[in-house]
Design a protein around this ligand. Structure first.
Ligand code: PMP
Length: 331
């Protein structure tokens, strides 16, 4: 039998949750499988209703999709006409440049600041009359840095309301509540703001493909026009319902990942690497090209899969064994 080294390494390239579904969530999913012969809802009503109730919003202010990726696709399909500009940081979540390209939009990429933050002044300066959408992420992928409430509020105040602002909170459940922007309040004030979230990360349901956006009812109605009939699985609804019922247990797992993130950051900094403080389930290691090449070779040798970016390496937080393996390989 040929043994591939990566099978014995660590899969740390996709910002997945290292823990499988809780027993109660697994039981709910197994229960839903019994009715796999039945179609799900034609267009999802119950699932967005469930999420909206959690947020304290009306159901018509939430749209669900095949992961946040699916919803992002529909946002770009609706708001980006061919040749229109989409302003985003670089590097950012690969889905944004990729899907902008798919819909015929033009990526306007604004470099991060030297300490891994999105440069909000430069991003505002990059917005012009060709701009259809601006994308901000908090925490940002790949650096894990956050945008504070005040900075987001100011950004929205100076952005023309005809520009749709996508505020991506895929990793928000890892952020302490006191550090989160009050996006639920901001969407009331700014009808051009759309907030993205997902069940793929802290909730650990990446395989089920459940993401959502919330915003003003008219904007959400426009995004919903692109939904695929029968496009959301019955498992998605069962999984989300079970996760909401097990929120306390899941929060303990999130706390474990956050603690491990702190250990990984400290371990890499002790070795002399520059690592921004991350509020998510990954860290970003940057350095000079020669230094990065050496680390990349160490990870490849030890079968540690990470995400390579032009300016650094993004490493997903795994369990304690994964942290030890990463620090050893980076040494
Ligand atoms: N937004 C950001 C910032 C991400 O990092 C990701 C996944 N890497 C997504 C959205 C998409 O997540 P999903 O489609 O699994 O919900």
């Amino acid at each position: 039998m040929i043994v591939h080294p990566a099978q014995f390494g660590h899969q740390l390239s996709l910002n997945e949750n290292p823990y499988g579904p809780l027993p109660s969530v697994r039981a709910a999913l197994t229960g839903a499988l019994v009715e796999a012969n039945r179609y799900p809802e034609f267009l999802p009503r119950r699932l967005p209703g469930l999420i909206a109730a959690r947020l304290g919003h009306a159901p018509d202010r939430v749209v669900v999709g095949a992961g946040a990726t699916g919803v992002i696709m529909h946002i770009l399909q609706e708001f980006v006409t061919p040749g229109a500009a989409v302003v985003m940081a670089t590097p950012t979540f690969d889905g944004y440049p990729l899907l902008t390209d798919t819909v015929g939009g033009r990526v306007v990429a604004v470099p991060l600041t030297h300490d891994g933050h999105q440069d909000l002044q430069a991003m505002s300066a990059a917005v012009d009359h060709h701009t259809a959408v601006v994308v901000l992420c908090s925490p940002h992928n790949p650096t894990g840095t956050c945008i504070r409430h005040g900075a987001l509020a100011e950004f929205l105040e100076r952005t023309d309301p005809s520009v749709t602002v996508v505020f991506d909170e895929a990793y928000i459940d890892f952020v302490p509540p006191c550090d989160r922007a009050d996006t639920v309040a901001l969407v009331d004030r700014h009808p051009n703001l759309v907030v993205m979230r997902t069940f793929s990360k802290a909730y650990g349901l990446a395989a089920l493909r459940v993401g959502y956006a919330f915003g003003s009812a008219p904007v959400i109605a426009r995004i919903r026009r692109w939904q695929l009939p029968f496009g959301m699985t019955a498992l998605a609804e069962a999984g989300v319902r079970a996760c909401y019922a097990a929120e306390d247990e899941l929060a303990l797992r999130t706390e474990t990942i956050t603690r491990e993130c702190g250990r990984l950051t400290a371990g890499l900094r002790e070795l002399g690497y520059r690592v921004p403080t991350s509020a998510a389930n990954f860290v970003y290691l940057s350095g000079c090209p020669a230094e990065l090449d050496r680390v990349r070779a160490g990870f490849a040798r030890d079968g540690i899969q990470v995400k390579h970016c032009a300016t650094g390496i993004r490493i997903t937080v795994g369990d304690t064994a994964a942290t030890a393996a990463v620090v050893t390989a980076a040494r």
